[in-house]
Write a protein that binds this ligand. Structure first.
Ligand SMILES: Cc1cc2nc3c(=O)[nH]c(=O)nc-3n(C[C@H](O)[C@H](O)[C@H](O)COP(=O)(O)OP(=O)(O)OC[C@H]3O[C@@H](n4cnc5c(N)ncnc54)[C@H](O)[C@@H]3O)c2cc1C
Length: 393
């Protein structure tokens, strides 16, 4: 692999955030290199792989292979702690991706756009000059290399170290870390066009358990629970209990686990010569834990800001702060609200969820909506109404 010593942009990490940043920076005429430590982009998969189609359509035309391959209308089902089922009056146009293919494809698109993509390149440190990030050190094929850059875009995921090396505060609150585990299971009975969400303190305390079908007999079955709870009983033990009772005959094709930061976006995800993107900047949706599309949106914004910074020859923290501002406007403000709602959801106990399911099940299908669930939660916990102004503040 041949690479130069100088690039406009070094992107660290070839997840969805990094690949979109690299692709869009290259499309804007910048000289870009993307460094990925794994031997193959997209592997290992650590994801439930579900995204909304609206999000994908921000990046791909309707007839693009990625949209066509995965797009489906899904019914949604909530299962209350006592096992009662609520078929929601809600249909979601969504996709259960194959991240191995999806991430590799995004990496390929970045390279076709002109970015140099290098795998098995483990970034081990940053280069500084006058308090500014001016490049990276990385290990590649047993040797240390140095690349100088105008801007580093750190898209190195939930365990990001690059931001910390740059002096950016990236430590999440302990309570904001969800411990997630998932099996891809086959030979199980699922409805191909229905996503199931299970709730309850015995199933996934403070979180939820998902069944996202990939086809008629295959699904991603996983859960996320607050780190506090996983200290007492591991997330995998909750999942095993569920699988034993629900899919005892199924095979487990793949096991994946990892942390998801269901908190707020970092207040400051930029510095002199650096921007943080995706999980590295805590940009996941605090309620769902979904971060694929948000990482892509952030990658695009980082590329936009990087292009104007290079054009203006201003790589300062002051200029790159435009990235934080754009993010807040595009998604950060909504994420802040999701974080507040997450706090509300966490305070709902099992009895209330059972009761709400029972009440809505006695109503016609048209009334079984998300908004009606939310309204009933507020009626059961009138104190929560005091929290509402925060949603609009
Ligand atoms: C169990 C589980 C289920 C999930 N389910 C969903 C879901 O259904 N839907 C959804 O939207 N989100 C889901 N998520 C979250 C989603 O996976 C992430 O939000 C998303 O992958 C973030 O993308 P990213 O580009 O920021 O980082 P990542 O996809 O994590 O990519 C980071 C990349 O950086 C590389 N890297 C790290 N350090 C270095 C280094 N030093 N040098 C070079 N490369 C480096 C890594 O190898 C990796 O390839 C789930 C997460 C988990 C753990």
């Amino acid at each position: 692999m041949i690479f130069d010593k100088h690039y406009d942009i070094v992107v660290v990490g070839a997840g969805p955030g990094g690949s979109i940043a690299a692709k869009e920076a290259a499309e804007r005429g910048l000289k870009v290199i993307m460094l990925e430590r794994d031997r193959e982009i997209g592997i290992p998969v650590r994801c439930g792989e579900a995204v909304g189609i609206a999000g994908l359509l921000e990046f791909f035309a309707k007839d693009h292979e990625i949209v066509q391959r995965y797009k489906k209308k899904y019914k949604i089902r909530f299962i209350a702690p006592n096992g009662n089922i609520l078929d929601l009056n809600h249909e979601s146009e969504a996709a259960v991706l194959d991240r191995k293919f999806f991430d590799a494809e995004l990496g390929r698109l970045a390279s076709l756009a002109g970015a140099t993509v290098v795998t098995m390149a483990n970034v081990t440190g940053l280069i500084f000059k006058d308090n500014s990030v001016v490049g990276v050190k990385f290990l590649y094929q047993g040797k240390e290399h140095i690349i100088n850059s105008k801007i580093v875009i750190a898209a190195d995921g939930v365990e990001s170290r690059v931001g910390r090396w740059a002096g950016i505060k990236t430590t999440p609150k302990f309570n904001d870390i969800e411990s997630c585990v998932q099996y891809t299971m086959s030979d199980i009975d699922v409805e191909e066009d229905r996503m199931d969400f299970y709730f309850g303190k015995d199933i996934a305390p403070t979180g939820y358990l998902w069944v996202f079908p990939k086809d008629k007999r295959t699904a991603n079955v996983g859960l996320g629970i607050n780190g506090e709870y996983s200290r007492k009983k591991k997330a995998v033990n909750y999942l095993n209990s569920f699988v034993k009772s629900n899919f005892p005959e199924g095979s487990i094709l793949n096991t994946t686990c990892g942390g998801v930061i269901c908190g707020e976006t970092l207040e400051k995800a930029s510095g002199n010569g650096i921007m943080l993107v995706g999980d590295a900047a805590h940009q996941t949706n605090a309620i769902s834990g979904g971060g694929i599309i948000n990482a892509m949106k952030a990658g695009r914004l980082a590329a936009e800001v990087a292009a104007s910074a290079v054009r203006n020859n201003d790589l300062s923290e002051k200029f790159l702060k435009n990235y934080d501002k754009k993010w807040y406007k595009k998604q950060g403000k909504a994420n802040h609200k999701f974080y507040i709602i997450k706090g509300i959801i966490e305070s709902i106990d099992d009895e209330v969820l059972n009761k709400i399911t029972e009440e809505l099940n006695s109503k016609p299908y048209a009334k079984k909506t998300l908004i009606n669930i939310f309204t009933r939660v507020l009626l059961k916990y009138p104190k929560l109404i005091l929290e509402l102004p925060k949603l609009f503040g």
